[in-house]
Design a binder for this molecule. Structure first.
Ligand SMILES: Nc1nc2c(ncn2[C@@H]2O[C@H](COP(=O)(O)OP(=O)(O)OP(=O)(O)O)[C@@H](O)[C@H]2O)c(=O)[nH]1
Ligand SMILES: [Zn+2]
Length: 209
């Protein structure tokens, strides 16, 4: 099954920069707010260099938050039956998301391991799930948990392990300013929670190189 963003046929609009804008996103409202912010920080929103900025930022937010209007489950519905009940791991899935506290990016890699229970999905679908879930304002813990729960609910897996490593710009470019700090979160479900050797196996494959 294709999602609206894959077909490009949703009732939203395609902008000149080819960003698909779901109809739920109110671009003029974002533009107005960005103009206000520019004025509030002491800028002149009418100077030449800033004239197009509100519209640009509106399109950018539509892109960065597109996961609010997309259902990651759609990518897990096309599974196939396979008698394989060992670990499947897709490592180093890069992503960019937005921290909901400061609306600044956090970026890094997601690793998803699962042990199927009959249903196997195409490997790219795991990366597609990360892509949709990452395009929402959130905290890293919730992103990790959300991805793990999706595999449990849609594929009925025997176990799932999701590990996310990310750097948060709200910690590097402002506030405490600690460039290089890395936040690691993990969600272990099913046999990865109950079985120590399964957990060690997946962690070794993620970090063992
Ligand atoms: N647990 C968690 N915290 C996050 C995440 N993203 C950002 N934060 C933190 O959210 C917290 C918000 O803290 P506040 O005290 O409300 O805001 P603040 O005054 O801007 O905090 P500082 O960043 O310490 O300057 C900060 O400690 C951030 O580091 C995340 O994904 N998970
Ligand atoms: Zn933050």
């Amino acid at each position: 099954m294709q999602t609206p963003s894959e077909t490009g046929s949703l009732d939203g609009e395609a902008t000149s920069t080819n960003v698909h804008v779901p109809s739920e996103v109110d671009l003029p409202r974002i533009e107005k707010a960005v103009r206000e912010i520019l004025a509030a920080v002491g800028e002149d929103p009418d100077r030449e260099g800033l004239l197009e900025t509100p519209a640009r930022v509106a399109r950018m937010y539509a892109e960065l938050f597109s996961g609010l209007h997309d259902d990651p489950r759609a990518h897990l519905q096309k599974f196939f039956t396979e008698k394989y009940d060992e670990l499947v791991l897709v490592r180093d899935i890069s992503f960019n998301s937005m921290c909901e506290h400061h609306m600044l990016p956090f970026s890094g890699k997601a690793h998803i391991g699962y042990v199927p229970n009959g249903r196997v999905v195409g490997l790219s679908k795991l990366a597609r799930v990360v892509e949709v879930v990452s395009k929402r304002p959130q905290v890293q813990e919730r992103m990790t948990e959300t991805i793990a729960n999706l595999l449990i609910e849609e594929l009925d897996v025997k176990g799932v392990a999701v590990v996310i490593e990310a750097t948060h710009s709200c910690m590097t470019i402002r506030g405490v300013r600690k460039p290089g700090s890395l936040c690691v979160t993990s969600a272990m479900k099913g046999l990865f929670r109950s079985n120590h050797s399964s957990r060690s196996e997946v962690m070794n494959l993620i970090y063992g190189g």
